[in-house]
Design a protein around this ligand. Structure first.
Ligand SMILES: Nc1ncnc2c1ncn2[C@@H]1O[C@H](COP(=O)(O)OP(=O)(O)OP(=O)(O)O)[C@@H](O)[C@H]1O
Length: 531
């Protein structure tokens, strides 16, 4: 988030905001100044002049009062547009696979953006108003007496330097709040994700302890941050009060020695108040802006990483795996047999529980780094496809569906694919299920109340994969919740697709197994590739 970008978001509107704030501040300052004439008139016994000045001041005050909400509203629109843009970029970043942690994403899209709004974008308005107020105030002071201005300048330097005392500490404390918030969200994600299971085993005490621990350190970090902010506030207020009193005393001295009029003395005092409270507001706003430096840099980096993941269809890939092994942190090591799969081949991955089938998927998807060996994806002509660029599809045993129509869940909101829905629905044996639903393929999936069965979900996700025709797809027990006859028809259909498929499946009949081009069988002691 940068001020230039905030300005560029909508340039005419940004100019209008500045213009409105200039008018608002100018109106307020002039109003303050005009009071000098009213006072001089009343002390000279000129009642008509006094009333006239007061009427002008009233009109000006009303105008100024109208300007502020309009200016603030316009600024809010500008900031919200900008925040929306950042949110879009960040969502795209996470969507493109920059990071998959839900808690990190939640923190980035909620708490961090709120911080940027409150402590970066909004304080710029305080800075703008304060600068304008100082400029106008100084211009009017100089018209009264140059000593007033000199004194203001000296005190201004002092009050500007005061916030530096606490700057580093406030910034570090703010960063800590952010870290602790992410940890808290992380804990919530890990523990509440398994809420059903915790309920089942009445493990409330443990859940409560973990959440309490995480929220406690978040609260502590917040307390620390507020403590530094408050100390900073006290130092600034103290400096500000001394400056205002000093300024009033100087104006009194100049009045006694007939250097300025009574009216000047009275308004000099309120100008002193105006200028120093503006300096105070400006310095606190700058402290807030500066405290977001690291957060802004981090957000900037995330937004920069966005890759353009525009879909361009590719023909099926082949793969060659050699000397591959994986190792988990607990020391568990799995070695794989060397194997190659030709583009378009349909391959069965089998092996007892724990032999490393899911781990192999993690390696192929790039979710886990190999301990040794190579994975090479190749195109139809045998040319290497860089691992990071290979589009590997994955269908987990537990299908992921969205609260949208079955049709949208299949096309994944790509309207261009709508005319192919019928074909994949029939290929994946979903047509009889849809016939029983009153809205058919337009039935909206109720993710929470599960208005479609586990098997129907699997069929939806299979239809989704078929319609998108990915070049290389990993399938993990994708028909486990579908009856045998349905499963066999689906597998038959998959075997006729253009994709390269590597499928984990148990309990297939020898006839179905024989239809696959190849079988890779993993064993606990010796892992060998067949055919
Ligand atoms: N996150 C992990 N940390 C440590 N060890 C793991 C982890 N995940 C899997 N393992 C171990 O790696 C080995 C292979 O596990 P993997 O899940 O890949 O097997 P699998 O063949 O897919 O089993 P299943 O058919 O039961 O799903 C197992 O011994 C397992 O205990």
């Amino acid at each position: 988030m940068e001020i230039k970008e905030l300005f560029r978001q909508n340039i005419p509107r940004a100019i209008l905001i500045i213009f409105l704030f200039v008018l608002y501040t100018l109106g307020g300052t002039v109003n303050e100044y005009l009071f000098k004439y009213a006072l001089n008139d009343i002390t000279a016994g000129n009642l008509t002049g006094y009333v006239q000045w007061q009427a002008i001041e009233l009109a000006l005050a009303l105008l100024v009062a109208l300007l502020l909400p309009v200016a603030t509203q316009t600024m809010t629109r500008q900031v919200q547009n900008y925040i929306h843009q950042i949110r879009k970029d960040l969502t795209h970043h996470y969507y493109a696979g920059g990071d998959e942690k839900v808690s990190k994403m939640q923190n980035e899209l909620t708490a961090n953006l709120k911080l940027l709004d409150n402590d970066y974008a909004t304080p710029w308005i305080d800075i703008l108003s304060a600068v304008l107020q100082i400029v106008f105030g100084v211009a009017l002071l100089i018209s009264m007496n140059w000593l007033l201005l000199l004194f203001t300048a000296i005190l201004a330097v002092v009050t500007l330097l005061l916030p530096k005392i606490m700057e580093k500490k406030t910034s570090a404390a703010m960063k800590e709040v952010n870290v602790k918030n992410e940890k808290l969200l992380n804990t919530i994600e890990h523990w509440l994700g398994g809420l059903q299971e915790l309920r089942r085993y009445t493990a409330y005490a443990r859940l409560s302890r973990e959440l309490h621990k995480a929220s406690h350190s978040y609260v502590d970090a917040n307390k620390q941050s507020y403590k530094y902010r408050n100390i900073s506030y006290i130092i600034n207020t103290f400096g500000n009060a001394i400056a205002q009193i000093g300024m009033s005393a100087l104006a009194g001295f100049l009045f006694i020695f007939h250097q300025i009029s009574f009216g000047d003395w009275a308004v000099a005092g309120s100008f002193a108040f105006l200028i120093f409270s503006s300096i105070f507001n400006m310095t606190s706003a700058i402290t807030r802006v500066k405290s977001t430096k690291e957060l802004r840099e981090q957000t900037f980096l995330l937004r920069k990483k966005i890759k353009d993941e525009s879909e361009n269809k590719q023909p099926a890939y082949g793969i060659t795996v050699s000397n591959l092994s994986a190792k988990y942190e607990n020391g568990e090591q799995i070695s794989y047999p060397d194997f190659s799969i030709k583009p378009g081949a349909k391959v069965l991955l089998t092996g007892d529980s724990g032999t490393g089938k899911s781990t192999l998927f993690k390696l192929l998807l790039g979710k886990m780094k190999p301990e040794s060996g190579e994975i090479k994806f190749t195109d139809q002509a045998g040319n290497l496809i860089p691992f990071a660029e290979a589009k590997v599809g994955y269908l987990p045993q537990d299908p992921i569906v969205f609260p949208a129509s079955i049709s949208d869940n299949i096309t994944m909101f790509n309207e261009k694919l709508a005319d192919k829905v019928e074909a994949v629905v029939s290929g994946m044996q979903l047509a009889p299920d849809l016939a029983k639903m009153s809205n058919g393929v337009q039935t909206v999936i109720d993710v929470k109340n599960e208005n479609i069965s586990g098997g129907q979900r699997q069929k939806v996700v299979l239809a989704r994969s078929a319609i998108h025709d990915q070049p290389f797809v990993l399938m993990d027990e994708v028909t486990s919740a579908i009856d045998r006859a349905g499963s066999e028809k689906i597998i038959d259909n998959l075997l006729h697709s253009n994709q390269t498929i590597l499928m984990i499946a148990h309990n297939l009949s020898p006839e179905v197994k024989a239809k696959f081009d190849q079988e890779i069988k993993l064993t606990r002691t010796r892992k060998e590739a067949n055919r």
